[in-house]
Design a protein. Structure first.
Length: 398
């Protein structure tokens, strides 16, 4: 039976980043993924600027920037089609890049392999964890349809929101108020868009708390945008609608929806997915393994942001795991340092997102109040000044 020091399950952003930093620490790392790469991933496609340092450390920054379109403004609208646009130029942490996941995920994966020295196997579906005496000791999988077991000193579980391995070790959140669903489609000839402005629309009470329609421009010449819906499991059930129903509903029942989608044409198909969010990232370490990204409930619950936080979790988790392996101690108690360091790094952000959901984005009335009040802040539309006035209570994240 083959033996490796670390196996990373999943070659998405969190897994690729974790694999890179583990390999850079001198460890023998095998990353496996069930898909054939490059592969698509349904998403809002946004990356926040605070992870660009990681891109530079991985040697992929120039390629990543060339592949996407940057934004520095955010538009918010309410159920009355009233809206505000905030300029984030003075607040770089709220700017970002829009890149299709088919492209950016593969840039990260190749960065881990080519610049980090990570070994990679695609078409490898992990079906079970090898657990002995309470410790994760490797994986059991199907490689091109054939059974293959690989042992390891430690495992990183980073295979997304449907991770059976996260469930196997008892780390997953199924709270219908915290589990969200999203769907997106790429549309051309979208009306009224600005390539530098991402949009968040809160057109009806049924989407709340925190649910919205988004418009993320991708190509100005062809007026192409990633348009989607984000809604909690409980709210979706109460709405009586399917995810794909929200697109024609928004178009037919709101002024801004008609402006954006009235003459637009869908490219391809609408794709949906599950987003396990949290108020704060919890216990993502077990004996012999850590969990990263969606597999570890890493998404914040107000905007559904997951990509940039999976990347951050990957780096912090890898650094802790590498040190733990050097010490010969991969117990849950030792690996809890991962959770403590991530909480210290991102805990305030998650709490601010929770407050945003609980106070500003819980009812249509409060969304309207938020927009009206923000426009009265001295210095509007400067996001930095409005952000300060609201105590850091809202953010661009997807």
């Amino acid at each position: 039976m083959e033996k490796r020091q670390v196996i990373v399950i999943g070659a998405g952003p969190g897994g690729s980043v974790a694999a890179f930093y583990l390999a850079r620490a001198g460890l023998d790392v095998l990353m496996v993924d069930k898909e054939t790469w490059p592969r698509d991933k349904a998403c809002g496609d946004e990356q926040s600027t605070f992870i660009f340092k990681i891109y530079k450390e991985m040697g992929i920054y120039d390629e990543a920037m060339a592949a996407g379109s940057t934004f520095n403004k955010m538009l918010f609208s309410d159920s009355n089609d009233d809206y505000m646009t905030l300029d984030a130029s003075s607040t770089p942490s709220h700017c970002g890049v829009i890149t299709r996941r088919y492209v950016i995920d593969d840039i990260l994966r190749r960065g881990a392999i080519n610049n980090g020295g990570v070994d990679f196997m695609e078409n490898f579906e992990v079906i079970d964890l090898i657990i002995e005496r309470g410790y994760v000791k490797g994986v059991r999988g199907l490689y091109r349809g054939k059974r293959m077991d690989i042992r390891a000193d430690a495992v990183v579980i980073a295979n997304g929101s449907h991770s059976m391995q996260a469930r196997q070790v008892g780390v997953f959140n199924e709270d219908p108020d915290m589990v969200f669903y999203a769907a997106r489609g790429y549309f051309e000839n979208v009306g009224g868009i600005d390539i530098k402005t991402v949009e968040f629309h809160y057109p009806h009470e049924m989407l709340l708390p925190a649910g919205y329609m988004w418009v993320f421009p991708e190509n100005e010449a062809k007026k192409v945008a990633d348009i989607g819906v984000y809604i909690s499991s409980r709210s979706l059930q109460s709405s009586g609608m399917r995810l794909e129903d929200f697109f024609p509903w928004w178009r037919d029942n709101t002024k801004l929806g008609k402006e954006r989608l009235g003459e637009a044409r869908l490219l391809g198909e609408i794709k949906g997915w599950k987003i396990p969010t949290c108020r704060r990232v919890g216990d993502n370490a077990v004996n012999g393994a850590i969990l990263v990204g969606d597999a570890g409930n890493g998404c914040e619950n107000s905007g559904g942001g997951g990509f940039s936080w999976a990347v951050t979790m990957g780096k912090i988790g890898a650094q802790v795991l590498a040190q733990a392996l050097a010490e010969g101690d991969v117990s849950k108690e030792r690996l809890q340092e991962y959770n403590r360091l991530y909480q210290a790094d991102q805990g305030d952000f998650y709490e601010s997102q929770w407050q945003q959901r609980a106070v500003m984005l819980n009812t249509s009335e409060n969304v309207t109040k938020f927009i009206q009040t923000a426009k009265e802040v001295p210095g509007y539309p400067d996001l930095g000044k409005v952000f300060a006035a609201f105590g850091g209570g809202f953010n661009s994240s997807h």
